[in-house]
Design a protein around this ligand. Structure first.
Ligand code: FES
Length: 192
């Protein structure tokens, strides 16, 4: 089978499988032949002299808006409150639902918490410092994985926790946590 035909068939399969637009597919597919104007699968893809496929038209954005932090809005009368103190010392009090974790809450409210590993307890970029010892003691003990990652956190304190591992409960209503001045983006995978 000729190279252009093989490419055409591959693109058609890829489009069916991913339902992506040709311009998105083009970012991932190298062009091994001249573009065929008669091929609908190649519509929108232009081969450049560098032989790398490019979108025919540059778009500002081709991906849908992504919302960060998946939290459930609290039901009326069931709100729990948590306050984040940002790096500048400003307080942000947020009404949350039972079961949400501090990483998701922070991200849903555009607070600066990176969460590099997506909440899988494999980094320390969601480090928070519980301001009140009493609240710290109400939390379940950190697991070994969390302690390992906390050891890598910048500015570790006696009441440090990983935000992704702190789940809001009724007992934690009124919790206050401070975001550290900086975080260290080391992940568990860096040590494999
Ligand atoms: S987001 Fe990586 S440990 Fe919490």
């Amino acid at each position: 089978m000729s190279a252009p035909r093989l490419l055409t068939q591959s693109l058609l399969k890829l489009r069916l499988a991913t339902r992506q637009t040709p311009s998105l597919i083009a970012q991932h597919v190298r062009c091994y032949s001249r573009p065929s104007s008669s091929s609908p699968a190649l519509a929108g893809i232009v081969c450049t002299r560098s032989s790398r496929a490019q979108p025919a038209r540059r778009l500002f954005s081709t991906s849908p808006a992504v919302s960060h932090g998946h939290v459930n809005p609290p039901k009326p009368g069931e709100e729990l409150y948590v306050t984040f103190i940002d790096k500048e010392g400003a307080e942000h009090k947020v009404a949350v639902s039972k079961g949400d974790n501090l990483l998701d809450i922070a991200q849903a409210n555009d607070l600066e918490m990176e969460g590099a590993c997506g909440g899988s307890c494999a980094c320390s970029t969601c480090h928070v410092i519980v301001t009140d010892q009493e609240y710290y003691e109400k939390m379940p003990e950190p697991e070994d994985d969390e302690n390992d990652m906390l050891d890598l956190a910048f500015g570790l304190t006696e009441t440090s926790r990983l935000g992704c591992q702190v789940i809001m409960t009724k007992e934690l209503d009124g919790l206050k946590v401070k975001l550290p001045a900086m975080t260290r983006n080391l992940q568990a995978s860096d040590f494999k």
